[in-house]
Write a protein that binds this ligand. Structure first.
Ligand code: NOJ
Length: 559
């Protein structure tokens, strides 16, 4: 297999676009590539080096683009392949790389392979998907698996008296990756986009693509029963090796989405000197500090848990593999509303930014995160477009939970929170669209929180992100230093990075109340260190420490 000439992806910062809500260029209420084109200079101005596009492909939108009907075209909602090439070209001219979403665990049920496949067992495409006869003379699904979004994981097709597997929504039939023809198709898709000039892939639920032989019953859970039989399945590494061989012909970058991943397991896939099959992985553990397993089962925020997870990933991967750093994406509610504070929005937004971007790894920033967008609060389930919100609501209703309680959980945990249109200005519809109505509601806080206002305010979260990303770019210690967490109060998170004689100290407070931070003198003299980033004016040091103000962060560099 071709080897990398350099690990260029380690120096990147990446901006994620969820196209439907980014910017509408043609006035139909839906974000699109014209809108992206008009914002490329803005994206570049943040100091990022790459854009990851959530799916832009034709899709009936059962899961807003993660149900793909054609892998080698662009959805008419967003533009055309020609327009995409222009975006790619213009991005490259600005030194921005382009990363596509590779969704190959499943297709849409509108994909031509599936339409053929469901014609019956004799069709050459039948074996592209996972079809089985039912149990009990066909009346019961083939096993007890449940989907993540929508009840049972099997859908019955009476015309052929068989069920197909979908571990996500009904409109997302799982591909049968054990079929070598399917793997060849995947390689063709990879080549198609790389030949066009894209620079890498974010690989959707990539650790689900290999299912255990025989599809045995799973351990009963409220959703996703059976997951232990397809998470990191038996042939996962082998299949990823095949894809990697193609990807390495182009020196492209890959980040795999990996639910329930642990550092120990991740090393089997991303250890740099052991034939890695991905460059890095998006794990989820740090997104569980305010919930149990799913964002809808809410707990109070647990900073102690968060720190433990970070410490674990940072230290176990250091020198062996590379971290992917994120706190938001299109599947997550807004981070300020979760681990920060809407009351201290600006302070906590900056603290959270420094908290994760100063760690070792490649940072990803999700659209709107850089201006501190927050969750939207909606009073009725009819106002939530996402399949997962709607079905979770139905599931909770079936358990006879009170409406008010259900709505509070949905409001807190819904992915829709991260999918409201980006707030560009204080104009109508936050300047997202010139249409009367955008496809999904704009957060009513847009007159205060928007890009235009943030640009004009030197103390905004936006300017802080710029400073932070520049600092990372200009200082190798942020990118390559090691990581050691300091013992502090539970609500403080402090760590030291070291690199070639330099030391960096990062202190973050998750508390509204005052906390006492003291650094042992032997570690670092804060008085002689340079304060490189902070979210308050006046940064006194007393006895090599300080009393933190609400959501305070300080970053010191010792030369
Ligand atoms: C993970 C994606 O990020 C999410 O948006 C999608 O619903 C599932 N995978 C299924 O594709």
């Amino acid at each position: 297999m071709a080897k990398r000439t350099s690990q260029w992806y380690k120096d990147l910062s990446v901006y994620q676009i969820w196209p439907r809500s980014f910017c509408d260029g043609n006035g139909d209420g839906i974000g699109d590539l014209e809108g992206v084109l008009s914002k490329l200079d803005y994206i570049k101005s943040l100091g990022v080096d790459a854009i990851w596009f959530s799916p832009l492909y034709p899709s009936p939108n059962a899961d807003y683009g993660y149900d793909i009907a054609d892998y080698t075209d662009i959805s008419s909602d967003y533009g055309t392949l020609e327009l995409f090439k222009k975006v790619l070209d213009e991005a490259h001219k600005r030194g921005l790389k382009i990363i596509m979403d590779l969704v190959i665990n499943h297709t849409s049920d509108h994909h031509k392979w599936f339409l053929e496949s469901k014609k019956g067992p004799d069709n050459p495409y039948h074996d592209y998907y996972i079809w089985r006869k039912g149990r009990n003379g066909g009346k019961k699904p083939p096993n007890n698996w449940l989907s993540t979004f929508q009840g049972g994981a099997w859908e019955y097709v009476p015309e052929i008296d068989e069920y197909y597997l979908h571990v996500f929504a009904k409109g997302q039939p799982d591909l049968n990756m054990d079929n070598p023809k399917v793997r060849e198709e995947v390689k063709k898709i990879i080549r198609f986009w790389l030949d066009l000039g894209v620079d890498g892939f974010r690989e959707d639920v990539i650790t689900f693509i290999s299912k255990k032989e025989g599809l045995p019953n799973g351990f009963p859970l409220p959703t996703a029963t059976g997951i232990e039989h397809y998470m990191n399945g038996p042939h996962l590494r082998e299949y990823l090796e095949e894809f990697r061989a193609v990807q390495m012909e182009y020196d492209c970058f890959t980040v795999g989405e990996a639910p329930m991943m642990t550092p120990k397991r991740a090393l089997k896939f991303i250890k740099e000197d052991e034939n890695p099959v991905l460059d890095m992985m998006f794990h989820f553990q740090h997104m569980n500090a305010d919930n149990i397993m799913t964002n809808f089962i809410r707990t109070p925020f647990r900073p102690g848990y968060l720190k433990k997870v970070y410490n674990n990933w940072q230290t176990k991967l250091y020198g062996k593999a590379w971290n992917a750093l994120y706190v938001e994406n299109h599947d997550q509610p807004r981070i300020i509303s979760r681990y920060g504070s809407e009351k201290y929005r600006v302070k906590s937004g900056k603290m959270l930014a420094a908290m994760y971007i100063c760690q070792s790894g490649t940072p990803f920033i999700y659209q709107g995160q850089e201006i501190g967008m927050t969750n939207i609060h909606l009073d009725s389930i009819d106002r939530f477009p996402d399949v997962s919100s709607v079905n979770t609501y139905a599931l909770m209703k079936s358990l006879h939970l009170p409406e008010k309680f259900i709505m509070s959980l949905i409001n807190y945990g819904a992915r829709d929170n991260g999918r409201t249109p980006v707030q560009w200005s204080g104009a109508k519809n936050a300047g997202f669209t010139t249409a009367d109505k955008p496809w999904f509601e704009v957060n009513p806080n847009y007159p205060e929180i928007n890009v235009e206002a943030a640009e004009a305010d030197p103390n905004s979260i936006l300017h802080f992100y710029r400073k932070l990303l520049r600092f990372r770019k200009e200082n190798e210690i942020v990118r390559y230093g090691d990581f050691r967490m300091l013992k502090t109060d539970r609500k403080l998170f402090a760590y030291i990075r070291r690199y070639q004689g330099q030391k960096l100290l990062v202190v973050c407070s998750f508390a509204e109340q005052e906390m006492n931070f003291r650094l042992p003198e032997s570690e670092f003299d804060m008085n002689s260190a340079e304060l490189v980033l902070s979210n308050y004016d006046f940064n006194q040091v007393i006895h090599n420490g300080f009393f933190t103000r609400p959501y305070e962060t300080r970053v010191y560099l010792l030369k």
